[in-house]
Design a protein around this ligand. Sequence first.
Ligand SMILES: [Zn+2]
Length: 292
Amino acid sequence: MNIWQFGDVRVDRVLEFEQPLLGWQQLFPAATTAAVDRQRAYLEPCWMEPGTGKLVMSFHSFLIRSRGLNILVDTCGGNDKPRPNKSRYHMQQWPYLERLRAAGVAPEEIDFVLCTHLHVDHVGWNTRLVNGRWVPTFPQAKYVFARTEWDYWREHYKTEAFKDDPFYIDSVLPVIDAGQAQFVDSNFAFNDEVALVPTPGHTPGHVCVNIRSKGTECVMTGDMMHHALQVGEPEWSSCFCVDPKQSALSRRGLFERYAGTPTVILPAHFATPTAGTIERAGSTWRYRFQGT
Ligand SMILES: [Zn+2]
């Protein structure tokens, strides 16, 4: 399922790609075989590849339609981007914009783009290549960035770590240069239905998106968690987390708040059906994928 309705708000998942990708040992440095085995039965084969232990991951955007606004959350890896060190994003040709149109919205109809954080797989479609130049893909949109996130990355991008992977040059700076960036507080609200929630850890200015309409609630959790394994093991931060301890605290906060409630969780990398709810499971929690 790729379409959800929360009261008056419609959400579509716009897929870039989904596949078994990283081994759990690779993504979660703290993971152990015994702990993975405890969750294996419910995760195989849809969310963990049998035999290899590779985690099935999705890369998608969420298109929110709320009170006449079209808001696109996270913009995946993008097309034509040179990423020689990350083959999964390198010079791709995904039919992403066709899928966005199939969801009923053309690029020029996007009002806001929101990147939950400024990692390579969340900024790609911010721009596209036109006549050899990177230009904003969504010409009418304001691109919303949490101010604390940009304050961190604007300096960090210049460090040695990004020398060979300068995605900010093709996917972030052209938006700022075009005057389309809007730097906001981490609790910014688009309207009375859609608002940001600060959830630092994965990155310093990481935000979630909270949707509330007519008694229903949904939280888009970005990269607060990358895989359902982490719902059972909230201490397992990913190898991509800037502050692993804070990332675990943010996750625990999310689970404690929403466990046992009907609030729908929409993470940035959970494979189909993506959506689910948080259940209590003994002293920890478990992700219940919708329809299971
Ligand atoms: Zn990500």
